[in-house]
Design a binder for this molecule. Structure first.
Ligand code: 6YU
Length: 499
């Protein structure tokens, strides 16, 4: 057996491709990927917007430096610009918060001064950093990051901003409401009240100033795919059930049932479907069902929605150096990050826009960000309604009733049947144990009489500290390939890769 083993990988996103790449390189020659859609890349998805290249899914390499395998591969394939390759960029430790030049607008149509915003921004960043450190000090397991930020903001505002006028204090509270919505987008959650405080610090950032792929993130997928044997991926082959065995020993114990009824037998299956898909379909996707501890972790962990709305203008209404635009509602003093009447007011959850740079390449294109259930509702609306809502929003915040976008394009990740949302966060009560449970192969350790490593799990949601990212997905694919390699290897496990 060994290198002759039949290995089926479910999903041709970064995790699946990375697993295949490593297995094939090692010499396994019966590896295949079954992919539900007609393309590879999954949540790495580059599209066209007019003449521009835009990212429908993953946007940046978070922490582009030596320790980040996505960065190293992108550099190896020549996919990055010189600036991203500079030692200065790699050395910048931004702790997950790129130092972008902001423009602030308020719902009464005023442009706010950045220096007036700084005290509230500083307090918010301080609280986020504290929330990240709580885990190591044994933070309350059921508390949420939202609870923590809200309570501490009120307490510290009382202490620190006493000397300020009521209007300034109110404005700072409204600004923090906006930053809570930003954080919902960053974390891929509906509200920060759903993000667990105890596990918040498990997510680790890498040094490096976040950078993009000038030719599109999918260039990475194409480069990786070019190293795989042709025909390794079968497209439009959704897997409906993975049959495994937790009792008797069989020769080829796993079989994968495809939607048209065909059954493919294998020695090992690597499941890389998104956590959103797993939450929705676990009961039919596995026979026998997932063990309870694994199932509970699937349920406890969070998978929310974050969508983009691209808009193009004839001329900019933001400053030349502006990199991010924030929209502050002046009636949101009560630190809200969710909308009470979603159907009427979903647009309030769009916290602002990032500016696509460089302008010489993109023209005047903004990317709006909208997380949560409000975003999921937005996906159901016809395009002209979304365009109208965004236009009205911009006119209100700029006070200019003539601004009219030239065109618009939005992502719809929640209604993507193979993703069911955007990315993973750790919910209330989550701990490192949930991530361990998620990545644990089937059958689990207790079932000693059955063949080990029948079903393995990769994908961003299974990475211990880089969940929700492309590098987390990539490393998880390599990790599961290594697991199989060391299973068959007499020389012991290959070089470890950050779990
Ligand atoms: C990053 C970024 N980024 C924005 C948006 C999104 C995501 N991410 P895949 O889903 O790719 O593959 C699975 C495949 O399986 C897929 O092809 C399916 O079709 C297939 N499949 C499903 N069911 C099947 C079946 N039954 N049979 C067969 N096939 C089946 N990451 O690094 N930088 O800027 C962003 C962003 C809008 C939607 C992102 C970003 C997340 C990545 O895109 C994602 O993790 C990987 O692509 C997943 O790869 P995969 O292979 O696992 O699954 C403190 C704290 C904070 C924590 N968070 C902070 C980090 C912030 C995260 N950043 C996100 C930000 C943006 C903007």
């Amino acid at each position: 057996q060994g290198l002759d083993s039949h290995i089926v990988i479910i999903g041709s996103g970064i995790a699946g491709i990375a697993a295949a790449q490593k297995l094939v390189k090692y010499g396994f020659h019966n590896v295949r990927i079954l992919e539900a859609t007609a393309r590879s890349g999954g949540r790495v998805k580059t599209g066209k917007f007019g003449n521009n290249i835009i990212e429908i899914g993953a946007n940046w390499i978070h922490g582009p430096s030596e320790e980040n395998p996505v960065y190293c591969l992108a550099r190896h394939y020549g996919l990055l610009e010189p600036e991203a390759l500079s030692p200065e960029n790699q050395a910048m430790d931004i702790g997950g918060h790129p130092p972008w030049v902001p423009n602030w607008f308020s719902s009464s149509g005023k442009k706010l001064k950045t220096e007036d915003m700084n005290p509230a921004v500083d307090l918010f960043v301080e609280l986020l950093n504290e929330a990240s450190e709580l885990e190591s000090r044994g933070g309350e397991p059921q508390a949420s990051v939202g609870d923590f930020i809200r309570t501490e903001t009120r307490r510290r505002a009382e202490e620190q901003w006493q000397g300020e006028g009521a209007w300034t204090r109110a404005q700072r509270m409204c600004l923090i409401s906006n930053l809570l919505k930003v954080e919902c987008a960053v974390n891929g959650t509906h509200t920060m009240d759903q993000v667990g405080l105890g596990a918040f610090g498990l997510y680790k950032t890498l040094p490096g100033l976040d950078c993009t792929f000038p030719g599109g993130y999918e260039g990475l997928v194409r480069s990786l795919m070019s190293e795989l044997p042709g025909g390794l991926v079968t497209y439009r082959r959704p897997v409906s059930c993975v049959h495994w065995s937790n009792t008797k020993v069989a020769v080829q114990p796993v079989s994968v049932e495809v939607e048209d009824g065909e059954r493919i037998t294998a020695d090992h299956v690597i499941v890389t479907v998104p956590l959103g898909y797993l939450k929705m379909h676990h009961s039919t996707l596995f026979s026998p069902p997932l063990p309870l501890h694994k199932l509970h972790s699937v349920q406890r962990m969070g998978f929310g929605t974050n969508n983009k709305i691209f808009v193009e203008f004839d001329s900019p209404w933001w400053d030349v150096d502006c990199e991010i635009i924030y929209l502050v509602w002046e009636d949101e003093e009560d630190l809200v990050d969710q909308v009470a009447d979603v159907k009427r007011s979903w647009i309030r959850k769009l916290f602002g826009f990032t500016v696509l740079k460089p302008t010489e390449r993109y023209g005047h294109v903004l990317c709006g960000w909208i997380p949560g259930h409000e975003s999921e509702y937005m996906e159901t609306l016809p395009e002209h309604e979304v365009m109208h809502a965004v236009t009205q929003l911009i006119r209100r915040f700029t006070g200019d009733p003539t601004i009219t976008p030239r065109r618009m394009l939005r992502s719809q990740w929640f209604h993507d049947p193979w993703t069911c949302g955007s990315y993973t966060y750790l919910g209330r009560g989550c701990s490192a144990q949930d991530l361990d449970n998620l990545m644990e192969p089937l059958p689990t350790k207790g079932s000693s009489q059955s063949q080990p490593l029948q079903v393995l799990f990769a994908g961003e949601a299974t990475h211990a500290c880089y969940y929700s990212t492309v590098h987390g997905a990539l490393l998880s694919g390599w990790r599961e390939a290594d697991r199989l390699i060391s299973h068959y290897s007499s020389t012991g496990p290959p070089e470890p890769l950050c779990r």
